[in-house]
Design a protein around this ligand. Structure first.
Ligand SMILES: [Ca+2]
Length: 449
């Protein structure tokens, strides 16, 4: 990584004509299975088409499965306990980025290197102009109409001036309350919606299922207005209510898919598509009744794993499915490498560019995530070390979980207490212990051995 053009794309130089543009599409609360290329029930023809022209990251994990912390991590390239916004409070980010200027965002750095930077949609961290975006507007409309209109205007201007750009679109969909139009609901009305094997009407006992302070589930969901059916969005949900919720959730994603398709059509028309690197991902996942929960915040796959792909006309490979472990923190160094901008020293992620070239070569052995400030008390919550086959979780009450993701992808059998998995447990405890030290986790480390 450095100031020179990446080796794998011999033709990429630093002149404004050859530097790639970046379009980041960040959705809100979209779990990894809620996209057409992973789950054919979900109708996302545009996203599926785009992904088929690029590289899909099947094992992508967010640094933290909650909106504010996750977004602040994407923008700083570090974990929440490092930038200071650990839950839903943006003050840590504002202090460390805006006031103290200890960390800077991709918008700051690309802006300094001649990029025009734009933002539209959900920020959750104050005005994006305060953290480096030059043309920025926060929108809170539930259907993202204004955000896409703003994005479209920004891209039209680039079609005229041909200046390199970074545009960050923070969509609000499919966050609750779900209010998709009838035409989108109609896509799913007669569809049979199978519930996942780990569906429950309410969660089992245990701190793995905390979504706030110990014993607190369904964090804040009662604060949201009723959805399109007049139902409260939060669980506990019966099987029938969960199915209706999932229909509305998928319908919202199909609507979003259409908006993204229109935006990309505009890029193509403006002849900007081939040199624009599109990164699609979500800020966190969502429990669709999995383990009896809604919302996110847990370290379960539904919450912490997100759909993610990159599409770029100058890719060496297309239609690639990469199964290596990647993190939302990898976005920042990837942008820096491809723009030929030196990556700052504080970044915790790795550039994804080597995977574009060699998708089967691991860039890490273990990926981490944390959600430790929800409920207002720092140090509570969950942290995770996820290796390719195994996942280890340590909760706020020192409960441990070990899941075999190959044989148990729905995480229904906690193997942490079984002697035969002692060595695996021990290795992941050590990984997590090192990570906790690195990020300054205030919670007691996992037991040794
Ligand atoms: Ca979110």
């Amino acid at each position: 990584m450095g100031a020179t053009a990446p080796r794998v794309f011999g033709g990429v130089g630093n002149s404004s004509e050859s530097r790639p543009n970046f379009l980041i599409i960040l959705t809100d609360d979209q779990t990894y299975r809620a996209i057409g290329y992973t789950n054919s029930l979900v109708q996302t023809p545009h996203l599926t088409d785009l992904a088929s022209q690029g590289i899909v990251f099947e094992n992508a994990y967010v640094a933290s499965p909650i909106c504010v912390a996750s977004r602040a991590s994407l923008l700083t390239g570090i974990f929440p306990q490092q930038h200071g916004s650990v839950g839903l409070d943006g003050n840590g980010f504002r202090q460390s980025v805006i006031e103290d200027k200890r960390y800077r965002t991709p918008a700051h750095l690309l802006g300094e290197h001649g990029y025009l930077t734009g933002f539209a949609g959900k920020s959750h961290l104050g005005s994006p102009r305060d953290y480096g975006f030059q043309a920025a507007e926060e929108f809170r409309d539930i259907d993202d109409h204004q955000s896409f209109a703003f994005a479209s205007r920004f891209l039209k201007e680039r079609a005229s001036d041909r200046k390199p750009f970074l545009f960050w679109l923070g969509a609000k969909q499919p966050h609750i309350p779900l209010q998709p139009g009838e035409e989108w609901l109609a896509l799913y009305r007669d569809k049979e919606i199978p519930l996942d094997p780990n569906f429950r009407e309410s969660p089992p006992e245990g701190s793995l299922y905390n979504q706030g302070l110990p014993g607190e589930r369904y964090y804040r969901e009662s604060e949201y207005p009723p959805d399109h059916q007049g139902l409260r969005s939060g669980p506990p949900r019966t099987r029938e209510q969960a199915i209706e919720f999932i229909r509305a959730y998928y319908a919202t994603i199909s609507h979003l898919d259409k908006q993204i398709g229109d935006l990309v059509a505009g890029l193509r028309q403006a002849e900007l598509l081939e040199n624009t690197l599109i990164v699609f991902l979500s800020d966190n996942g969502y429990h669709l009744g999995n383990h009896g929960l809604g919302n996110k915040i847990t370290m379960h796959e539904e919450s912490v794993r997100v759909p993610m792909f990159v599409r770029w006309g100058r890719f060496p490979a297309r239609g690639v499915r990469c199964r290596e472990l990647v993190s939302s923190l990898d976005l920042f160094p990837t942008l820096m490498e491809l723009a030929g901008v030196p990556a700052p020293g504080w970044l915790e992620g790795r550039s994804l560019a080597p995977l574009f070239h060699e998708p089967e070569r691991a860039i890490r052995e273990c990926v981490f995530s944390e959600c430790v400030g929800v409920g207002g008390k720092r140090g509570m919550g969950h942290r995770m070390a996820r290796a390719k086959r195994w996942k280890y979780i340590l909760t706020d009450t020192n409960e441990e979980a070990l899941f075999d993701e190959e044989s148990d992808p729905y995480e229904m059998r906690n193997l942490a207490s079984l002697a035969e998995h002692r060595a695996t447990l021990s290795g992941l405890r050590e990984e997590l212990r090192d990570w906790m030290t690195r990020v300054g986790d205030t919670h007691a480390p996992p037991p040794s051995g």
